[in-house]
Design a protein. Structure first.
Length: 112
């Protein structure tokens, strides 16, 4: 089971570049730039990009763990999209509840 979740967040260099290049920005809110692309595999995937200037590793990992948890808990199976989250320093102050609300808005954005 853990290997299934790991495969949803592990990307080869080619897959990551392909996902970033062919995804469309759907929202920019509270220091998070969110893109999505139609999923290529059976399960949706999530790519989280947090630069070092965001803060210490503890803060970066906390945001990464929170986003992964929300994704796996609610949207990994039911979503028709792969997601890319780019974080900036402003996202450091977001609570778990704030991230859940943002993710809910991201998932419900209509397609173009």
């Amino acid at each position: 089971m853990a290997s299934d979740f790991r495969s949803m967040t592990r990307f080869s260099r080619f897959d990551a570049i392909h996902l970033i290049r062919f995804s469309r920005r759907i929202m920019r809110v509270c220091g998070l730039d969110v893109k999505r692309a139609p999923k290529k595999e059976i399960q949706a995937k999530i790519l989280i990009v947090i630069p070092r200037v965001f803060g210490p590793a503890v803060q970066r990992n906390l945001l990464r763990r929170r986003l992964k948890h929300i994704f796996f808990e609610k949207y990994a199976v039911s979503s028709a999209y792969d997601f890319v989250f780019f974080a900036s320093k402003q996202a450091a102050c977001l609570s778990f509840e704030d991230l859940e609300k943002i993710f809910e808005r991201v998932v419900t954005v209509p397609t173009e």
